[in-house]
Design a protein around this ligand. Structure first.
Ligand code: 5BU
Length: 470
């Protein structure tokens, strides 16, 4: 260990940024040590030593700009940027509701490969979040530089998602040095060692305990998502049955569901449904009829089970408004939970927000839909939603109960709109914000090669989804 490192560890110990005893972590796990670097900025000599070590390390990395994760790392990031003459950026913690721009502070024209700086790494969670946000804003992200790596396995966790973690000192080095200098006895060193060894298991157990329940249809859909490594729902909006099957056959490998508007199909015959069902089985995808039910329960019941289309006989799930109240969902699934016990579980997705410009849905209405969906958890698998930007979607997603899903239409590779009010977010914005599946229509079916295009959408959504986690 070099002198600078030893001096730095000694400094951390002296100001009480490293302590030993019994501490309860945020996760509820009891830890034999405590690390808190927030104090360092109040000790100019120690802070300047830390920043010079960070700048020396960063000088060996390849990056165009620097960003510190708020708040502790903001002063160090600005000193690194100043020392190495690189542009500095910040991401606001809070959402700005007025004026121009979103969460990014800095000149967007200066963005490039960004070095993320932070004080500690514990699980890597906040680093993934920041990396995703920066990527969705058009930055390149590879290197993350932290002062102390106190994690069990963050280097590998991060590298499995394409990120490289660098740290000035590890917990092991801190313990080693303090043991050598007589600040820490051997018994305590052993206690810390065995604590860090068993930490990943403890964290995993905690995660499993908290695993959320979903209804039977949601579980079925999640299984297809995992099996096919896809979050793509194809919206096959064509009137021509031949074109419908031609595109569906070509794209079936890449999708988890096909979304139909069965009432737009020309020459609709029972034959159409036979072909569709067979193809769904062969291609391992589900059928999603975007019927947008909206009437009183009794009428909806006839519309779902009867008429020409007999939707209940072939659709795995459907969309529904809630403008007429919960009666609509009761009309769709009069047996409530019992309908999930059927061999083929079926469910509804409620329209809590829409993608079209000027739609009349208010925040109040949207919240009420989610509340009612929560009360009908056994037959409501989630919601259709959209948003202005990543932050807006994140806020909306936070209202959705765990175990229910957010499906998002109005998605393309680039932002934009059509001339009838449809508004498009990018795949990255949708999934980073919290969409569990994206619904794509014209982006794929009007492409020159729908098969290749579907694969592009699948891959882009899946990559972000894996980085983000459920
Ligand atoms: P597009 O071609 O990707 O724009 O098609 C989007 C599909 O999603 C289309 O079938 C719409 O009916 C559907 N949709 C939507 O675009 N926006 C919404 O808010 C809802 C459904 Br709900």
């Amino acid at each position: 260990m070099n002198n600078k490192k030893e001096e730095f560890i000694k400094g951390l110990y002296e100001i009480g940024a490293v302590r030993f005893g019994k501490f309860t972590l945020k996760s509820g796990i009891e830890s034999p040590f405590y690390l808190d670097l927030r104090k360092v900025i109040s000790y100019p000599k120690l802070h300047s030593l830390m920043c010079s070590m960070l700048s020396d390390y960063a000088a060996g990395l390849d990056f165009d700009c620097v960003l510190g994760i708020p708040y502790t790392a903001l002063p160090s990031a600005s000193i690194i940027a100043e020392t190495l003459k690189k542009p500095l950026f910040m991401l606001r913690k809070e959402v700005k509701t007025y004026g121009a721009g979103g969460k990014l502070v800095g000149d967007p024209d200066k963005k490039g490969k960004c070095l993320i700086v932070d004080d500690l790494v514990t699980t890597g969670g906040s680093k993934f979040e920041t990396a995703d946000e920066l990527t969705s804003l058009g930055f390149g992200v590879k290197d993350i530089l932290v002062v102390v790596d106190r994690s069990a396995d963050a280097v590998n966790e991060l590298s499995s998602r394409g990120l490289v973690l660098h740290s000035l000192v590890s917990l092991e080095e801190i313990v080693q040095y303090l043991n050598k200098t007589g600040c820490l006895d051997d018994a305590k060193v052993e206690e810390i060692k065995s604590f860090t060894k068993t930490l990943p298991e403890k964290e995993k157990a905690l995660k499993t305990d908290n695993d959320v329940e979903s209804n039977k249809f949601t579980n079925k859909l999640l299984d297809v998502i995992k099996r096919k490594k896809s979050n793509l729902i194809l919206s096959l909006d064509t009137e021509d049955p031949d074109e419908f099957f031609d595109i569906l056959e070509k794209t079936s490998k890449s999708i988890v569901m096909v979304k139909t508007h069965v009432d737009i199909i020309r020459n609709f015959t029972p034959d159409f449904l036979d072909r569709l069902k067979k193809l769904a089985e062969k291609g391992d995808f589900l059928i999603f009829e975007d019927r947008k039910f909206a009437d009183i329960g009794n009428t909806v019941k006839h519309q779902f089970y009867g008429g020409v289309y007999r939707i209940a006989e072939w659709a795995d799930c459907v969309t529904s408004h809630l403008i007429a109240g919960e009666g609509t969902v009761k009309g769709l699934f009069p047996d409530g939970e019992a309908s999930m016990k059927a061999e083929k579980p079926q469910a509804a997705f409620l329209l809590a927000r829409m993608s079209s410009k000027g739609n009349l849905i208010t925040e109040y209405y949207s919240k009420k839909v989610i509340e009612a969906g929560k009360d009908n958890f056994s037959v409501v698998s989630g919601y259709i939603g959209h948003g202005k930007d990543v932050e807006d979607i994140k806020q909306y997603k936070s209202l959705i109960p765990k175990g229910q899903l957010l499906l998002m239409p109005g998605v393309k590779l680039e932002r934009g709109s059509d001339n009838l009010g449809q508004q498009y977010l990018t795949v990255e914005e949708a999934v980073t914000g919290g969409a569990d599946c994206i619904i794509v229509g014209r982006g794929i079916i009007k492409a020159e090669d729908p098969q290749a295009e579907a694969e592009i959408y699948r891959e882009r959504a899946w990559n972000v989804f894996c980085k983000r986690g459920m």
